[in-house]
Design a protein around this ligand. Structure first.
Ligand SMILES: [Zn+2]
Length: 376
């Protein structure tokens, strides 16, 4: 039995081998030609934003500023059977053929380098491994620090830097092989998790809750009235936000919608598609690290109420290396027993101290002399 606040972070260097580079030559084809035209038209140097430095920045922050009690363990590659829990066999055939090659897969900038397919297999396998660790009570909660990310990958299509839908593969694995009945997926990435939504669109046993910047922001899906269909009608919940929305909007959605939805659904496992691009450094939304901390605290309370604290975070986006690495560390700090922050009060105590220090110069204490105003 795991102790409370016992958390494992899963990190594996095999995921660094995914390194698409806009400057290497790709397989000739119409798609490649079209993308080159777009990039040339932009007339700015273009670097693939989803690069290995994202993971190494997180690893190095956890080394220089370690979290007491945090365990870090290696990941594992997914089997084909595991990948097939989220994707159709023909798609897996197509992707596996790309091992050792460079190619553009989608107009929306999804590309592979020779090591990408194996890196993506480790990413999906590591999300499932983290889920097993939590369900089998090796730890209360876990964080799969993976790339390439997954939530845009659909059953038969790679999109938005994503090859395999890591969180969906993990959720389906929990349902199929680990004995979980009801799995809740919370996606707080700035972008809508179109792939995850499509995989569980008709599934009443997976509650998908997604807060994101609204269309026309990428990928353009996730309308409020997209609620699932068939048996799954009502188990997809989308909260689209305007650009620049921040802590108050995210926390209100969590406290007043996510918590009641979770209490209604009674999950026995909660997975989080944890992207850190809602942070203001990534320029789409205006979320602070204190808010990531508070949201983790809310999820931890919900998980402890319904499922013995079982929380599995799976990394999605986040492209500013500073806010990304600090975001992951902030979440881990709460999972490891730290007190969640209270957004909006940072610096207020210091201001109160400054007021107490200065204020008598301007407003005398009751019973004191009248203010004389500035000399002259
Ligand atoms: Zn994102």
């Amino acid at each position: 039995m795991a102790d409370r606040s016992d958390v494992i972070a899963f990190y594996d260097e095999r995921m660094l081998a995914h390194e698409p580079d806009a400057n290497v030559s790709f397989l000739p084809g119409r798609l490649d030609k079209r993308i080159r035209e777009i990039l040339t038209g932009l007339n700015v140097p273009w670097k693939y934003p989803e690069h290995p430095g994202r993971l190494t920045a997180i690893r190095s922050l956890l080394e220089t500023d370690p979290i007491p009690g945090l365990r870090i363990e290696p990941g594992a590659p997914a089997t084909r059977e595991l990948l097939a829990r989220g994707h159709i066999q023909l798609y897996l055939d197509d992707i596996l053929k790309l091992r050792g090659r460079s190619a553009w897969l989608d107009l929306d900038t999804t590309a592979v380098s020779p090591g990408s397919v194996d890196a993506a297999i480790v990413a999906a396998g590591t999300a499932a491994l983290a889920t097993e660790a939590v369900v089998k009570r090796r730890c209360e909660s876990a964080f799969a620090i993976v790339r390439p990310p997954g939530h845009h990958a659909e059953p038969a299509r790679a999109r938005g830097f994503c090859l395999f839908n890591n969180v969906a593969v993990a959720a389906a694995h929990a349902r199929t092989a680990l004995g979980c009945q009801r799995v809740m997926i919370v996606d707080w990435d700035a972008h809508h998790g179109n792939g995850t939504q499509s995989i569980f669109w008709s599934d009443p046993d997976v509650l998908f809750f997604d807060i994101h910047r609204a269309s026309p922001f990428y990928p353009g899906s996730g309308r409020m009235d997209d609620i699932g269909s068939g048996a799954g009608e009502g188990t997809t919940v989308n909260v689209p936000l305007p650009g620049g929305a921040g802590d108050q909007a995210y926390l209100k959605a969590f406290q007043e919608l996510l918590v009641p939805a979770a209490d209604w659904f009674r999950p026995d496992l909660i997975l989080i598609s944890a992207g850190f691009d809602p942070h203001w450094h990534d320029l789409a939304l205006n979320v602070s690290h204190d808010c990531f901390s508070a949201m983790t605290g809310i999820l931890q309370a919900v998980a402890r109420r319904h499922c013995e604290g079982r929380l599995v975070f799976v990394l999605e986006g986040g492209y500013n290396l500073d806010s990304l690495s600090r975001g992951v560390r902030t979440v881990l700090e709460v999972l490891a027993g730290g007190t969640p922050a209270e957004p909006g009060i940072r610096g207020v105590a210091e201001v109160e101290e400054a007021i107490a220090y200065h204020i008598e110069a301007f407003i005398p204490p009751a019973g004191g002399p009248d203010p004389e105003g500035p000399a002259g």
